[in-house]
Design a protein around this ligand. Sequence first.
Ligand code: CA
Length: 375
Amino acid sequence: MKISKVETFLVRWGDVARPAEANSGSATAVVAVHADGLVGLGEASPMQGGVASLAVIARDMAPALVGADALDHAVILDRLLHKLIKLGPDGIVTGAFAAIDIALWDLKGKAFRQPIYKLLGGAWRTRIPFYASIGNNGARDVDGVVKAVEARLKAEHPSAIKIRWDGVRGEIDRDIAGDIAKARAVRRLVGDDFPLAFDANNRYSIGAAIRVGRVLEDLGYLWFEEPVESYHAKAMGEVAQRLDITVSAGEQSYTLQSVAALIESGVRMVQPDIVKMGGVTGLMQCAALCHAHGVEFVPHQTQPAIGNAANLHVLATHMRATKPAELADGWSRAADTFVNAPKPDAGCLVVPDGAGLGLVIDEAMLARRRVELIG
Ligand code: CA
């Protein structure tokens, strides 16, 4: 199954009628791997548009891929990782590997005419409960947060809700009382039993995290995500060990070793992201690592089509699902291009059952949304 071509491009969301340079919609960074008349699609981490990862693929990875056998995929990627390790390993280079890995799994599934979850060993379930992940609550007042949560509850009927703070990176302990007021208001809105999560987006010191965490315990929140800076693994572990509420982290971990460091620090729920953490292969390795340590494996996921579908294939094969799958804001933006992109269906997302990722593509729309990278 000889790889004949590797393409990299952006798919620009937003108003397709506007010229690409005037379209301010977000973009997805895509790699397309061709072999035997088939095309596998993968997606890189969207940080800064994913452009840097695509550049590394085009310049440093594609020449080694073209001519190789797609079925040698683990060997090819491990060889390339060790060749390029000083470009990373965390960040741009690992986001690039994630994209290629997803594309190669998509390609293999198409070659064998099987969904990826079948190649991974089969699905425990193909309907996966999801939680609505609601961002930008740092910038809203209490009423605004309640309205945002109400709107998603009404529109999507999620199995759980996560409120994210987002906000300015590096701004620590800015409005602890205000954050607590928002957490209380959301609990009042949804009632005592509805599953809730609180994502601090790394905005607390250890002391503030303990204080907020105690309130979240009283309010019955299910988990407390990234209370402190992600690069302070020991601090994350300290908060996790001092609180009763489950503390989670790992969306900013790009290697298995980084995830291992979080677990060693005391974090007991990890959230690797398929478009950062080695793609399907990397996420399966994380699942095994979590299983070995008795730690919850609950992937992070923000992307509307390729990343979401790839994540669901992995979750389908995971026996010990303890939390719903993430469905972030803006999930519907890809629907005119990836026409069966997973969407809310009675509290669940349905894993596509076609070959590979199983995504059905409107090729004409994809061509209109496609933006070539120059340089
Ligand atoms: Ca998060």
